[in-house]
Design a protein around this ligand. Structure first.
Ligand code: XMP
Length: 512
């Protein structure tokens, strides 16, 4: 295990990604609890992250001294380098100019960390982002690479296996960064790269059996990748002690519920209840047009229906959830203060307390792309694993204004045609998320010899990494024309199609 001490950098998670890509398990622990994390994990190496803080400020964070007393290899990145120097007897000063962006390093000395990556005298692109800098080295350290602005860009104390850099090796703009991090964990710390998904699967199955014993588990299955993979893993561990409940709110895409049910029942023989609650959901949503009210109604009904069904089963001791590692990492906050709620996301977070259940969260240690790899391990088809995200409140938030069964039906058809065209054009995997929106506006058209007065359909497609920011997808016009023609010809109720060219920010991905 590698311990990553988080001082609050925006990119700490990328350090963890790089370590895991090297086949080594790691955990991120906030600096406030790093000492406890160190004792709990017994790591074989430590990485210190960057930070928005300055070591020159009074009360700025430090690495716990156990780390330096342990004799383990340490890799300090940016702020991590500065605090290492400050703590080990060097000196840090505020930089005359802050340095951001691309810089070039020149290798001045051989260093075990460069093995197979960099050689003496070579030059390499790295990514800098810092204000302060080291101005005097602690004893035992020497400079191994420099940039024109950073004489201490890369320093090392090879005896103690301490390495520290002013740049960010974890970001893609440092092309060799991943290899340096891999060298640190393999060659310097001597950790074998045997963290694989099949090893994780076996370990997770064992842990679930330990936790659950002979008790019952229930799981809300939406058909999303996270809850599906969690359910399959738990099913592998405890078989029919697991019951999955699919609360069908009538707001899913075309054929979605049927496909999910078929896959889990037929291929996995998993105990799955398909609850058609569409009357209840659509009944309560009728006449409601405020987006937040819609979201709240759906969230509340979901919990009510799930709870009722669970009671019918005679309850359960455990609730399974597909919580991922990014949701678990405690964030290190320097600004404090609550952030503004843009949308209240629908989830089942309130259930365990209400129903007095314990949680089983077998994906807590994984990143999203690792969950996909695990899903493949468990035999989920690629078409399922690579699916675009779909929001909990479903089509209700893609039907601005009031919803009705009729409108949902129109939207479902248009959406299915749009996605079909995307697949046919081979664009599905290049797009992060694509969907149709049915606008509550009617416009005039002419079809054959007749006048039409029907709804407008908006098409949306975005590229994104995490859904936090997004760019609209740049289709060629031919494609859009094809999709629009098919939708207007094949879907009764739509006579006009428009394309949404808003990025996020300022837009959001969904329309509500
Ligand atoms: P926005 O619209 O906020 O969406 O830019 C970002 C991503 O989140 C999805 N989304 C949701 N997912 N429950 C979910 O599970 C929700 O209530 C919800 N609202 C939005 C959205 O589809 C996009 O992928």
């Amino acid at each position: 295990t590698v311990l990553i001490v988080d001082f609050g950098s925006q990119v700490t998670q990328l350090i963890a990604r790089r370590v895991r890509e090297a086949g080594v398990y790691c955990e991120i622990v906030p600096f406030q609890s790093a000492e406890e994390g160190f004792r709990r994990l017994s790591p074989k190496a430590v990485i210190l992250s960057g930070s928005p803080a300055s070591t020159l400020e009074i009360g700025s964070p430090r690495a716990p001294s156990v780390i330096f007393e342990s004799g383990l290899p340490v890799f300090g990145i940016c702020y991590g380098q500065q605090t290492m120097c400050a703590q080990l007897g060097g000196k840090v000063e505020s930089g005359h100019h802050r340095e951001f962006g691309r810089a070039f390093l020149e290798v001045e000395k051989d260093c075990a960390l460069f093995d197979g990556v960099w050689s003496l005298g070579s030059r390499h692109q790295v990514w800098m982002s810092h204000g302060d800098r080291v101005t005097a080295l602690p004893e035992g350290f020497e400079v191994v690479a420099t940039s024109s602005n950073a004489p201490f860009a890369f320093i090392a104390d090879e005896k103690r296996k301490y390495y520290a850099v002013q740049f960010h090796p974890e970001v893609v703009h440092t092309p060799d960064g991943a290899k340096l991090i891999s060298n640190f964990v393999h060659k310097i710390a001597g950790i074998r790269g045997d963290w694989t998904m099949s090893a994780y699967r076996a370990k997770a199955v064992e842990a679930i059996r330990q936790q659950v014993g002979d008790k019952k588990v229930i799981c809300a299955l939406s058909g999303g990748v996270d809850s599906s993979v969690a359910a399959l893993l738990i099913h592998e561990a405890v078989g029919d002690q697991l019951t999955c409940i699919l609360v069908d709110h009538g707001l899913m895409r075309k054929d979605e519920a049927a496909n999910v049910v078929a896959m889990f029942q037929e291929h996995y023989n998993l105990h799955l209840l398909h609850i058609d609650a569409s009357d209840r959901f659509i009944g309560e949503l009728t006449g409601v047009s405020d987006p937040e009210t819609k979201r709240k109604i759906i969230g509340r009904l979901f919990i009510e229906v799930f709870e009722e069904e669970a009671k019918k089963l005679g309850g359960a001791d455990f609730l399974a959830q597909g919580t991922l590692y990014p949701d678990v990492i405690e964030s290190v906050s320097f600004t404090g203060g609550p952030s503004v709620t843009i949308k209240s996301h629908h989830n089942v977070g309130g259930l365990p307390e209400r129903m007095n259940m314990q949680l089983v969260e077998p994906l807590r240690e994984l990143f999203k792309d690792e969950v996909r790899v695990l899903g493949r391990e468990l035999g989920l088809p690629d078409s399922f694993i690579g699916r675009h995200p779909f929001p909990g409140p479903g089509l209700a938030i893609r039907c601005p204004g009031g919803i009705s069964r009729e409108k949902l039906e129109i939207l479902r058809e248009a959406d299915a045609i749009y996605l079909d065209e995307i697949r046919k054009a081979g664009l599905y995997d290049a797009i992060w998320q694509a969907f149709a929106v049915l606008l509550p506006v009617q416009t005039v058209g002419v079809m054959g010899d007749g006048r039409t007065y029907e709804f407008v359909c908006a098409l949306r497609a975005v590229t994104s990494v995490d859904g936090m920011t997004a760019d609209f997808y740049h289709y060629d016009m031919e494609f859009l024309g094809r999709a629009a023609t098919r939708i207007i010809n094949e879907v009764r109720g739509i006579n006009r199609v428009v394309y949404d060219v808003t990025s996020k920010p300022p837009g959001t991905i969904e329309w509500e």
